[in-house]
Design a protein around this ligand. Structure first.
Ligand SMILES: *Cc1c(COP(=O)(O)O)cnc(C)c1O
Length: 434
């Protein structure tokens, strides 16, 4: 019997047969252990907010929430997802550079913990909406800081950005006047997000220290209370061969002292960290079934039933050179690699390449190819509607039981929102406009 990939003792062949492919499989025990460990190691006053952007599946959100995660959301649907997953408004923050009037109104009506405001224009709109409702809006300012700290896959600070308000603009006397003119906004916090895919413990600690300092400075200068400070997050995971996972014990050792000093100075301030990828990425496997194998000009191709339409990140992230995610033939783990394989999907574009020249055992039709470390920025960050294939199925395995947590899209699901104009219109000939 060949050795196959298992999730909590359930074989991948069984999962693929039962739920079909292409399929995302999430290891629920892994997710649970991760949030638990993060909460145990980091300062007890630090609240972990799960960024739904990284994996908006409602079951994933509910599971993380059941083990202590709160929610960071950026759209109406993410807000509804968090609420239906059981997260109380008090434990939800709403963030994003282009919030609509409807989204802001929903934040006020639901009573989320805080709206993270990203511009002066937004501040005025929040004020107006709160006045119409005779409520006071709780707002934290997202700051685009002057400083940047090296070590992030995508740096945010110290650059022109559409995110947040420039630190210099907040330090200008006019900002104070503007804040004083707001009647229904209570500015009561600061948020800074320094970037994503940070794999340096020192960079995380340095970011945290500087953000806490900045928050204290701005609250003193602009004279607002610090009810909430959000130090961002952006903790990365190792995807590629030259990368190394964060040493979380060391990270905690470096980050906890500044958090503790701040906590003592501000006994009532909510301290927030936002985590997406770090909570979810390692615990998802994208599973596709090989339909055809072929060679072209001396290279091997395995054409699978799912590709970059469900996993755009596999094309390459943060790099112009294609680097492969960890990939395996899941149903024959024990066989050594014998050749290099291009793993492609069903799209009619050469870009639909999940893996380029991946060393694998001899691939055969029917094999299950797994792209590992795929629990974050999977289908939701992919062109799932390309060629109208739709969203793949998602399965959550928890304590040895597999649960379908999202059905794959079927043609009717995708056609439901399209409208066919009447035949009289379609059959018209020539130009009727003149
Ligand atoms: C995307 C994003 C996150 C989540 O990022 P990860 O790298 O997945 O942890 C958190 N906060 C903000 C402001 C973001 O834009």
């Amino acid at each position: 019997m060949p050795v196959e990939h298992t999730v909590q003792d359930i074989g991948i062949t069984e999962l693929a047969d039962r739920f079909g492919t292409p399929l995302y499989v999430y290891d629920g025990n892994g997710l649970r252990d991760r949030i638990t460990t993060v909460r145990e190691r980091l300062h007890p006053r630090l609240e972990v907010f799960f960024s739904l952007k990284s994996n908006p599946n409602i079951a994933v959100c509910a599971l993380l929430h059941a083990h202590g995660a709160r929610a960071e959301v950026s759209s109406m649907t993410e807000l509804a997802t968090a609420r239906r997953a059981g997260v109380a408004p008090h434990d939800i923050i709403f963030l994003g550079p282009g919030k609509s009037r409807t989204e802001l109104a929903a934040c006020l009506d639901e009573g989320v913990a805080v709206i993270i405001c990203e511009s002066f224009g937004e501040l005025e709109l929040i004020d107006r909406l709160a006045r119409e409702r005779s409520v006071t809006a709780r707002v934290a300012l997202r700051v685009n800081p002057e400083f940047a700290v090296k070590g992030s896959g995508l740096t945010m600070g110290g650059k022109p950005r559409q995110f947040g308000i420039d630190e210099a603009q907040l330090r200008d006397p006019s900002a104070r006047e503007l804040l004083c003119g707001l009647t229904n906004v209570a500015v009561m916090g600061v948020q800074v997000y320094m970037g994503t895919r940070i794999l340096s413990e020192d960079a995380v600690a340095e970011n945290t220290r500087r953000i806490l300092d900045l928050a204290e400075g701005l609250s003193a200068e602009l004279d607002f209370p610090l009810d909430l400070v959000d130090v961002g997050g952006g903790l990365g995971v190792a995807y590629f061969e030259n990368e190394k996972d964060l040493d979380f014990d060391r990270l905690a050792e470096l980050v906890n002292p500044p958090l503790d000093a701040f906590a003592r100075r501000h006994p009532a301030t909510r301290m927030v960290m936002e985590l997406g990828r770090y909570l979810t990425a390692p615990f998802g496997t994208y599973t596709t079934r090989v339909r055809y194998v072929k060679t072209s000009m001396g290279e091997n191709f395995a054409v699978a039933d799912g590709g970059t339409n469900h996993h755009m990140a596999a094309v390459g992230i943060g790099s112009f050179v294609k680097r492969n995610f960890p990939m395996k033939v899941l149903n024959r783990l024990d066989e050594p690699a014998t050749g290099d394989w291009n793993i492609t999907g069903p799209l009619c574009t050469p870009n639909d390449t999940l893996g380029k020249k991946v060393p694998l055992p001899d691939v055969r039709p029917g094999d299950l190819i797994g792209v590992e470390c795929s629990g974050a920025y999977g289908p939701s960050a992919s062109p799932v509607l390309f060629l109208s294939h739709g969203h793949p199925a998602e399965v959550l395995v928890l304590d040895g039981e597999a649960h379908l947590v999202r059905d794959r899209d079927r043609p009717d699901d995708l056609l439901r929102n399209q409208r066919l104009p009447g035949p009289a219109l379609l059959n018209r000939t020539g130009s009727a406009a003149g």
